[in-house]
Write a protein that binds this ligand. Structure first.
Ligand SMILES: Cc1cc2nc3c(=O)[nH]c(=O)nc-3n(C[C@H](O)[C@H](O)[C@H](O)COP(=O)(O)OP(=O)(O)OC[C@H]3O[C@@H](n4cnc5c(N)ncnc54)[C@H](O)[C@@H]3O)c2cc1C
Length: 576
């Protein structure tokens, strides 16, 4: 789809009038592009860096209803998320797959078994299923052998799902482009064009060639995530975004082997944190702290966040005796949360917003999981400017059905993975593979052939696009894949059309970025988490007031669900 000259070709036509201009190539922009293309609108998406460069490649990779949002009373977010999770599991096997979650309950835990049980019942009811179950301590230890035995009472198992976030963005963009949409990376929207005080377009800059162009569209959409206030400021709107950073540690699966995800309350602040298997490694996350660094710089984990996450694993998996030497990679992302000044960042709402300001439509906040519902909300709000568009509907699959045969004798897991991640392009990927390239890259579940295909046909501009987002070797391998670079070069350099000098410059830039932002900070700056845990153990547990508040939220959530289900059953099936 994206052959060698695709950027130049698209740039040469960029000045044409568009129906919709979407600024931002994360999951929000991708979702809007997809739905607008489905409606046969002339739609262009521009992304200042790489597709999914922002938060959408740095999430926890869960497609989930957000049990934790239920606890903070965000019932609407949970209900929409559960519905979208079910749609995505159905439409994207191999890209979005169910994942079991375990939640342990301990003696004296608040919330305890009753509250969790009630919360999970609500959660399941929202999906019209009953997937959760309680296990005794002995049974629970069979499901999770390394969990701390101290005060263990038992625990629940329930179901959510997970994905590869960057590949989800790519697949959505690719399906939109196949449907007539246009998308280009490394093109920034620098300045909004205003006529009579209304936004009518944007001045774009190609970050590769340095060329600029003025683009006009009937609808201008700001889907720049945590950056949204930058463009809003150009129409005089006051800043509303509170950038909150969330970071993760990556462990090799053999050091922290998990068959399913584990969710538990962090011993320091009782926030839910997770450890879960993903792409052959184990991820531990996440934090939720104010992010004060400039947004244009890649975010990275801080020493304090490392200590916080190490404290979580030391508390929950003491038998594994994990140390910093076990960490193979780190990553951090910035949540585009709408700030209301709450002292505790985790109490800020995760609901998305759609704002219209002087003709600029800003869509931000929300979650990866709910991207399609966010996109439809955005397009619904501008129907007066696109009167020819048919009704906005969610009664079509989010992702296209992939009904293709793959050549060769691939095992079922590989077949499913390729169809999910590459959609309709999967057969071409397999056909392009050279001898030996359908083998997995050691220590991962990624095929060598995925590298060749991404280099050839997936809009790679820099090496970090390839190694951090098209495939995820930068997160999955201890050295970010440095020792494999000679073989990667043999496969990819000519596909990318780079000469030796360009390859070497790209490799050096990638390794420097990997060290600076995807590795641990200097060890001597990381606080001693064991000392922090000891100090915390002396503090009293959650107050009675907190307990009764949580129960009240669960009760209210049940009430709201019943009302919403009743309302939905009375709504016309076609229109949103
Ligand atoms: C740590 C963490 C964990 C999370 N975990 C989950 C999870 O498990 N499940 C879930 O559902 N959600 C999760 N989320 C939330 C989810 O990841 C985000 O809500 C979502 O990715 C936001 O997507 P976005 O497209 O709005 O923003 P982004 O992905 O940040 O995309 C915005 C893009 O706009 C580009 N841009 C900025 N300015 C310009 C400009 N002037 N011109 C052109 N382009 C521009 C940026 O480069 C960026 O790529 C998590 C978030 C974080 C931080």
């Amino acid at each position: 789809m994206w052959d060698k000259n695709w950027r130049e070709n698209l740039w040469s036509q960029i000045g044409q009038p568009w129906d919709v201009l979407v600024m931002g190539g994360g999951i929000t922009g991708a979702g809007i592009l997809r739905e607008a293309a489905r409606m046969k609108l002339r739609v262009l998406l521009v992304e200042q860096r790489d597709f999914a460069w922002g938060t959408s490649s740095r999430s926890s990779k869960l497609v989930h209803g957000g049990l934790r949002y239920l606890a903070t009373g965000q019932v609407g977010v949970t209900l929409t998320s559960v519905r979208e999770r079910e749609n995505l599991i159905e439409d994207g096997p191999g890209l979005i797959d169910p994942l079991g979650f375990l939640v342990a309950t301990h003696k004296g835990d608040r919330p305890g078994r009753f509250t969790y049980g009630a919360g999970l019942a609500v959660y399941d009811l929202m999906a019209l299923q009953w997937s959760h179950r309680y296990y005794s301590a002995e049974e629970f230890r069979l499901l999770m052998p390394y969990i701390s035995r101290e005060n263990l009472r038992g625990g629940f198992r329930y179901e959510d799902a997970q994905t590869d976030d960057a590949r989800l963005v790519l697949r959505v963009i690719q399906e939109a482009v196949a449907d007539g949409g246009a998308a280009i990376n490394y093109v920034s929207a620098d300045e909004l064009l205003l006529e009579e005080g209304q936004v009518v377009g944007a001045r774009l800059c190609d970050q590769v060639s340095g060329q600029t162009a003025e683009v006009r569209a009937r609808v201008i959409i700001n889907a720049t995530g945590a950056f949204a206030d930058g463009l809003r400021g150009q129409v005089g709107a006051a800043a509303r975004i509170r950038p909150l950073r969330g970071s993760h540690l990556v462990f090799p699966a053999w050091r922290l082997p998990l068959a399913q995800a584990v969710s538990f309350l962090h011993p320091l602040d009782r926030r839910p944190v997770f450890a879960f298997p993903w792409e052959g490694v184990t991820l531990v996350g996440t934090t939720d702290v104010d992010h004060d660094a400039p947004l244009r710089d890649e975010p990275g984990i801080t020493p304090e966040e490392v200590a916080y996450l190490m404290a979580a694993v030391a508390y929950q998996f003491p038998a594994r005796a994990l140390t910093l030497d076990d960490v193979i990679a780190t990553y951090a992302g910035v949540r585009p949360v709408i700030g209301t000044g709450k002292a505790d960042p985790s109490k800020e709402s995760r609901e998305h917003v759609v704002w219209q300001e002087n003709g600029l439509l800003t869509v931000t906040g929300g979650k990866l999981t709910t991207f399609r519902s966010i996109a439809l909300d955005a397009l619904k709000s501008v129907r007066d400017r696109l009167p020819e568009v048919a009704a906005v509907t969610d009664k079509v699959p989010v992702l296209n059905a992939v009904d293709v045969e793959l050549p060769g004798n691939l095992d079922e897991l590989t077949r499913r993975r390729l169809l999910g991640r590459y959609g309709a392009a999967a057969p071409a990927l397999v056909s392009a593979a050279q001898p030996g390239e359908l083998d997995v890259i050691p220590g991962t579940v990624t095929l060598w052939a995925e590298l060749r295909w991404a280099a050839r046909a997936e809009g790679v501009v820099h090496l970090d696009d390839l190694l951090l987002r098209r495939v995820r070797l930068g997160l999955l391998l201890p050295d970010g894949g440095e020792s494999l670079l000679p073989r990667i070069r043999t496969i990819c350099q000519s596909e990318l059309g780079w000469d030796d000098r360009q390859w070497e410059a790209e490799a050096a830039a990638y390794l420097a970025l990997r060290r600076a932002r995807y590795s641990l900070p200097e060890r001597d700056r990381i606080p001693d988490w064991n000392a922090i845990l000891r100090a915390a153990a002396e503090k009293p547990r959650a107050s009675k007031e907190h307990r009764s508040r949580t129960r009240l939220v669960v009760f209210l959530a049940l009430l709201v669900i019943v009302l919403l289900l009743w309302r939905r059953s009375r709504r016309s099936p076609e229109m949103l």
